[in-house]
Design a binder for this molecule. Structure first.
Ligand SMILES: O=C(O)CCC(=O)C(=O)O
Ligand SMILES: [Fe+2]
Length: 189
C-alpha cells in the first residue's frame, strides 16, 4: 500500500484569518502543561507540550502512559464539529500538541494502540508554522514527506497506521510555534 493512498491533505481547511484567531486563542487561553512519561525505570520530558481531551469514560495510553483526560473546551468543540461535519465521521477525543519551536518534535511511531480499534481514522489539523511530516514503511525501504501548512487538514486512513510510522523531526531553523490537533475515536473499555 502506498502512503499516498492512505493519506489525504486538504490545504486551507481553515482560512488564514481563521487560523490567526485560533492560534492566538490556543496560545493565550489553553493551558499547556509540560508532560513526563516513563519507559521502564526512566522518566522523560515530552519534547512538546500536550493535552488530551475526551468524552467521559474514554481513556487512552500513549506508550503505556495513561494520559490525564481534560474536558472539551469551547475552542476544541467548535473545531471538532467542523471536522466531523466535513468528514461525516464522529470522534470522541483529541490529542493537542504545541511545538513551541523547531526544537520540539515527535519521534517515529504509529498510532496503532489497541484502544483505537482495528481501523482507526485520525484527522490531524495544523495551526501556525508549517512542519515536515515524515513517514516510513514498517517493513519496506520506502519513505516520504508532506509539508503541513497553517490550516491544513491531514486525514490518516486506517492502512496508514498499519503499514507506516510517522514523525516530525526537530529543525533548529524554525523559531515559531505550531499547534497540532489529532482527532481520534477511542473504543470505550
Ligand atoms: O504534529 C503532528 O503533525 C503529528 C502528531 C502525532 O503524530 C501524534 O500526536 O500522534
Ligand atoms: Fe501520531
Amino acid at each position: 500500500m502506498n502512503a499516498n493512498g492512505s493519506l489525504r491533505v486538504i490545504e486551507r481547511f481553515y482560512s488564514q484569518a481563521e487560523c490567526e484567531g485560533i492560534y492566538k486563542s490556543f496560545i493565550l487561553d489553553h493551558d499547556w502543561p509540560i508532560n513526563t512519561y516513563t519507559v521502564g525505570e526512566r522518566c522523560f520530558v515530552l519534547p512538546r507540550l500536550q493535552t488530551w481531551h475526551a468524552d467521559s469514560g474514554i481513556r487512552y495510553s500513549y506508550r503505556y502512559n495513561l494520559l490525564e483526560t481534560r474536558p472539551w473546551t469551547p475552542l476544541l468543540t467548535g473545531i471538532r464539529q467542523r471536522v466531523e461535519a466535513y468528514l461525516n465521521i464522529s470522534f470522541n477525543s483529541v490529542l493537542a500538541n504545541l511545538y513551541r519551536d523547531g526544537n520540539d518534535y515527535v519521534g517515529w511511531h504509529a498510532d496503532d494502540e489497541p484502544e483505537l480499534g482495528e481501523r482507526p481514522i485520525i484527522a490531524s489539523l495544523t495551526f501556525g508554522t508549517a512542519r515536515n511530516f515524515a513517514f516510513r514503511h514498517k517493513k519496506l525501504d520506502r519513505q516520504g514527506e508532506v509539508v503541513l501548512t497553517d490550516g491544513a487538514l491531514l486525514i490518516m486512513h486506517p492502512e496508514f497506521q498499519r503499514d507506516w510510522q510517522h514523525s516530525l523531526s526537530p529543525d533548529s531553523g524554525i523559531g515559531s510555534g505550531r499547534i497540532n490537533l489529532t482527532f481520534r475515536k477511542v473504543i470505550a473499555p
